[in-house]
Design a protein around this ligand. Structure first.
Ligand SMILES: NC(=O)c1ccc[n+]([C@@H]2O[C@H](COP(=O)([O-])OP(=O)(O)OC[C@H]3O[C@@H](n4cnc5c(N)ncnc54)[C@H](O)[C@@H]3O)[C@@H](O)[C@H]2O)c1
Ligand SMILES: O=S(=O)(O)c1ccc(CO)cc1
Length: 500
């Protein structure tokens, strides 16, 4: 199969055709894998091979961690004045923006996502995030304390706390927002004076490798940001490496738990951003058309490959039929196609594996007796496309209600009162996000505190901000990305006590 004309035209204009084989980025240079081979990177819209990247093994990981260790220990980055780190990170943000067309095209090429989303979120919000975190480099502070122990008599103490960089950071990221999520980890780590080994998902390594080159162009010293490509084996070797002080992972809950165990064995610090099964609660004072629009955005944005996707929608019974009809109509209208086509609203899923996984959930839901009201089939010829799919009247114990699908599939269910809505919404091991849809402030204030989720939206869904800490309750994670909270994740607190 050939790259479709649109993709080809777009990539040729940016000089991105025929990327060939790409090695790891270690210590400021491209390095071929030591003993592993190469992994294919495919365009999900056409299934065509677009590049091959290193399938890294322990020796490659060791080389990258050693480079990051040297760069940390020699003080070339950590020892810089914070204002200088800020300046270099701002330069990196400028370069990300200056190469925005290229980075967005690479992101669409490897994920299949809409070019507009790649431009706005992975590139636009990503660059803003680097700038936001650069600002923190000069604002990391501790506190002074008045100690009054008075032992031995006559001795006084002056005490203070300071935050120090956590050390060498292993950042392991997924494929849904490859550049944005990489930057959520790389930017605060670098702002705090850490050095980084970044491992992107095997499906989406291209923007991470380009980011490392841009970091060098921005003036970051060699070894400060290293990128190793590969799959689970590479990730496992990285997080188990004794030279890694801090692990920052975004991905599935199963892998996150395994990483947590590995980290605890040597007491490495860790942040885990994991899966979700996020509920939307629509109260009966809400306009069902508006709620349906919100639900469509909540579940179909990025083909549902969003960890906060609103994949369970609970609607108060008086509005249930209307809202279901409106949501099904919206799902049926969405235009499916290449992410490079500006008319497209739903692109392909990221891989054959993800397509098979999502279709297994859809087929399983049918077999379990869920009522299909929209979609339910693969779309187009070739490529990993799935129709936006709506199931109704699903039961709390069905797999599409309990398990994370990570695709454009939503289950819509009725409820009678707020207590029932909250019981259903909280009936999950996950606790990443939730949304409430109502214009009645008293009802909103009653419901929000009772939702067990790291972020709760009111009359919106999937909205993140660089300033707003993001992470999960329950099995959706440990620690936080974004905002000031992220700075705490990449620093160690030290107390200093001086007798005088
Ligand atoms: N909470 C969040 O912020 C957030 C954001 C996006 C995605 N996610 C989650 O990510 C998942 C989808 O992404 P995925 O399929 O790439 O997840 P995944 O857990 O399979 O892989 C994530 C990353 O971990 C690596 N990896 C796999 N096995 C590993 C191991 N044993 N040790 C170390 N690294 C390993 C992968 O190569 C990849 O880079 C979903 O569950 C989704 O909810 C969470
Ligand atoms: O990383 S994710 O949680 O999947 C995510 C959610 C929302 C957005 C857009 O605001 C980006 C990434």
């Amino acid at each position: 199969m050939k790259l479709n004309d649109l993709t080809q035209q777009h990539l040729r204009s940016l000089g991105l055709l025929d990327r060939g084989r790409l090695g790891n980025w270690i210590d400021g240079v491209e390095v071929a894998p030591h003993d592993g081979g190469y992994l294919p990177v495919r365009d999900p819209a056409t299934e065509l091979l677009v590049a091959e990247v290193a399938d890294s093994r322990a020796a490659d990981i060791d080389r990258a961690v050693q480079a990051a260790r040297r760069a940390f220990d020699n003080g070339a980055w950590t020892g810089l004045r914070p204002a200088e780190r800020e300046r270099l990170l701002c330069r990196l943000a400028d370069l990300i923006e200056a190469h925005g067309d290229e980075l967005a095209a690479l992101e669409t090429l490897e994920t299949g996502k809409l070019l507009g989303i790649a431009r706005a979120i992975d590139v636009g919000a990503g660059a803003e995030h680097v700038r936001y975190m650069a600002g923190w480099a000069t604002k990391i502070e501790g506190s002074t304390l008045d100690t009054s122990i008075g032992v031995p008599p006559g001795t006084r103490y002056h005490a203070y706390t300071q935050r120090e960089p956590a050390g060498v950071v292993a950042a392991v990221v997924p494929w849904n927002f490859p550049l944005a999520i990489a930057l959520w980890k790389v930017a605060p780590a670098l702002a705090c004076g850490c050095t980084v080994v970044l491992k992107p998902a095997p499906e989406t390594p291209l923007t991470a490798l380009r980011l490392a080159q841009l970091a060098q162009e921005a003036g970051l010293p060699a070894g400060v940001l290293n990128v190793v490509t590969g799959g689970g084996e590479a990730g496992a070797a990285l997080v188990a490496h004794p030279g890694v002080d801090k692990i920052s992972f975004t991905g599935s809950t199963a892998v996150g738990k395994a990483i947590g165990h590995t980290a605890l064995d040597r007491m490495a610090r860790f942040t885990l951003e994991l899966g979700g099964k996020s509920p939307m609660i629509v109260l009966d004072d809400m306009d069902p058309e508006r709620a349906a629009q919100g639900a469509a955005m909540g579940i179909f944005f990025n083909q549902g490959q969003v960890c906060t996707a609103g994949s369970r929608v609970y609607v108060q019974r008086a509005r249930y039929a209307q809202m279901l009809e409106a949501l099904a109509a919206q799902a049926a209208q969405l235009r499916i196609g290449s992410g490079f086509d500006p008319q497209t609203q739903i692109g392909p899923l990221v891989s054959q594996r993800q397509l098979d996984r999502v279709m297994a959930y859809v087929d399983g839901a049918r077999a379990e007796g869920a009522r299909l009201v929209a979609g339910g089939r693969r779309a187009l010829d070739g490529g990993y496309f799935v129709q936006p799919t709506v199931f109704a009247d699903t039961a709390p114990d069905q797999r599409i209600v309990r398990e994370e699908i990570f695709g454009p599939v939503v289950a819509v269910m009725p409820f009678d009162d707020e207590d029932e809505a909250l019981a259903l919404a909280n009936d999950t091991p996950y606790g990443l996000a939730a949304s409430v849809w109502s214009n009645d402030l008293s009802r909103v204030h009653r419901v929000v505190p009772r939702l067990k989720a790291g972020i709760v939206w009111v009359n919106t869904h999937n909205m993140l901000d660089n300033n707003l800490p993001f992470g999960g309750h329950k099995q959706s994670g440990y620690g936080r990305d974004l905002g000031r909270a992220a700075i705490e994740q990449y620093t160690e607190l030290k107390s200093v006590c001086i007798a005088y």
